[in-house]
Ligand binder design. Structure first.
Ligand code: ASP
Length: 283
């Protein structure tokens, strides 16, 4: 059974011209990840491939197109988890790594640690020979000209189930616009921005400060046994009401169920299963 779901961030609705472009980009990321699964590769390979497509796309808040912090620089966070082993990797505050989710994978697979930040993460990235880009690469017209202090961005994430029944998740973000230097959101925090085990996998998006207070991604697991995936995801989003939090979640489980909920105006998403002819996407 092969499954993948990707998201391109929960937040305010974009301009009319941007909506179809962002939905198409999510479908493209979804079909890229699904092809990886169909080629017999692992769910980890699939989520990295899918997230990379969106990191390279200028209209999402991850990799190129990341929102700028208060100093006008990018500081990106990413996380990854292999549900079959509970291995995880994360990075925060990286400034010039082209694909932070790939770096998180290196942290998971090649370092002695789970989480590297800032300068140390970049030194490790050099050891791993990952691709770096100058600041100019990350800047886009959209991020440079952002006047309004919108609260949150267009983080990207993916959850996949492979032929061996293994679930993996990946997330990548530039964080929220105008953030304080050194601010780290939920995205690289295991349990909050992402979580996977042998039953389910989930990725969150929205206001990181809210998501981490409720450890939103792992929260689905609190309800899963009792309610099934769809209701568990809905309940996790409902739980945000206590703090008036804003977020979205994408998730899937080992039975192949896929679910997504949000309490924001929109959330770009796309998903794919073998019985579908093409990726289903929307906002
Ligand atoms: N959750 C991200 C953060 O707070 C932002 C987003 O999802 O767009 O860094």
């Amino acid at each position: 059974m092969l499954r993948i779901i990707v998201h391109g961030g929960a937040g305010d609705i974009r301009s009319e011209e941007e909506v179809p472009v962002c939905v198409d980009a999510c479908k493209n990321a979804c079909s890229t990840g699904f092809s990886v699964l169909k080629n017999g590769k692992s769910s980890i390979d699939a989520v990295v491939a899918a997230v990379k497509v969106l990191e390279d796309h200028p209209l999402f808040d991850a990799g190129r197109g990341s929102y700028l912090n208060e100093k006008g620089n990018v500081e990106m966070d990413a996380g990854i988890m292999d549900g079959s082993t509970l291995n995880m990797g994360a990075v925060s505050a990286v400034t010039c790594v082209k694909n932070p989710a790939e770096l998180a994978r290196f942290v998971m697979e090649k370092s002695r640690h789970n989480f590297l930040t800032g300068e140390g993460a970049e030194a490790f990235a050099k050891e791993m020979a990952v691709q770096f880009e100058p600041l100019q690469y990350f800047l886009t017209e959209r991020t440079v000209n952002l006047h309004e202090k919108t609260l949150f961005g267009d983080t990207v994430g993916a959850v996949a189930l492979d032929e061996e029944g293994k679930i993996a998740v990946a997330v990548s973000t530039g964080g929220v616009p105008f953030k304080h230097l050194g601010r780290v959101g939920d995205s690289p925090l295991v349990g909050s921005g992402f979580y996977a085990n042998d039953s389910f996998g989930a990725v969150a998006t929205g206001i990181g400060e809210d998501i981490m207070r409720l450890v939103l991604s792992v929260r689905i697991g609190f309800y899963l046994g009792e309610m099934g995936l769809n209701k568990a995801v809905a309940q996790a989003i409902k739980d945000l009401d206590v703090i008036n939090g804003k977020a979205g979640l994408i998730a899937l489980d080992k039975t192949g169920d896929i679910s997504l909920y949000r309490n924001t105006e929109g959330m770009f998403y796309a998903y794919m299963r073998e019985d579908l002819k093409e990726c289903v996407g929307g906002v």
